[in-house]
Design a protein around this ligand. Sequence first.
Ligand code: PLP
Length: 418
Amino acid sequence: MSNFPHFEYKQDILHAEQVPLETIAQKFGTPCYVYSRAAISATYHEFQQAFADDDYLVCYAVKANSNLAILNLLAKLGCGFDIVSGGELQRALKAGGDPQKIVFSGVGKLADEMRMALAANILCFNVESIGELQLLNQIAAAMNMTAPVSLRVNPDVDARTHPYISTGLKENKFGIPIEEAEHIYLSTDIFSNIRFIGLDCHIGSQLTELDPFVQAGERLMSLLHRLQSHNLKINHLDLGGGLGIRYTNEALPSIQDYVTALRKTLGPMKLRLVIEPGRSLIGNAGLLLTRTAYIKHTPERHFAIVDAAMNDLMRPSLYKAYHQILPINKRSGGSCNYQIVGPVCETGDFLGHDRKLNLEAGDLLAVMSAGAYGMSMSSNYNSRPRAAEVMVDGQTVHLIRARETIDQMIAPEAILPS
Ligand SMILES: *Cc1c(COP(=O)(O)O)cnc(C)c1O
């Protein structure tokens, strides 16, 4: 099957669902993020079907793409949210998210964020250190509440992915070493305003194999059995996110295979399984639409200078990530080996290297697989206003974030009085 079943050529013109991407560029300008509603819904349904009748909760990792329309679409499908900040909590609530389906992850939760989340009555705090547990206990006590907690344990498993997005090794900053977790779970007498309800881990992102998930799951299950032998009641096991997507032709487990492997790790235990997928839910449901400003031939290289840059899509610069780049209108004739680069003043500002394309100035291109960690990691570097975002639904295109204006970009700043 195509990597992008909702972004396909019809008569040599690339479409998002029923809409030619050229139409979107004309109406909304470029650079522009384009998402497919059908693609997001279809992927969520794949997760649902894989779990069948099990007790499960899918908590979409908001940091992958936090646009309100996307969160609202997922909330309406019944999805929960994995948040990592007070800002993401506000977004999830504003988008209609059910607080009892929200888990709060992250190594550096601040007091105000804890208060906000307690007041909202979220499902669970995934706590990553003793210091955090102590502060949460104090804050909950002051609010006369009990905080529901999972410890995020670090199972020391190699996710075999890019080092920047590997999080489950003991040298990483994430989680509580698994050997120390048991002792903390059994210290309920010191933490009078904490209720331990779950056990959590997240070992990394863009995993292309199931083995590390299974290893982590097994380590958590063995801890869980020890906790149960001490009569501690745990309601859910949260195995994080991290399932990869196909950016090019990687061999990848399907969502069904992934969920089946996790369920098998749990065995016959009557326990709710929570997962926190980000990339696998949204990554291939979006693309970045950009227009070629210039073609520049030098003795060494052919450059296509486009109007999107590293500030719009950081992944190629940050991780040397590969994104497929497709022409919107296929042109016949010979192709040339292009470096696809943006206008930002950095040699690291590229979207793709060595792409065989037949291009002219003015041509539109689609940078594929840009639904996750695209817009959410974007910045104003080089004082470039942020791109517009649209969601296609059949034949309709909805603007879900207006292109930022220069006035909006500089409005919060002030010069010194004279
Ligand atoms: C980033 C993150 C996720 C989502 O990871 P994906 O690779 O996008 O699925 C889930 N849980 C936690 C704690 C994270 O930090």
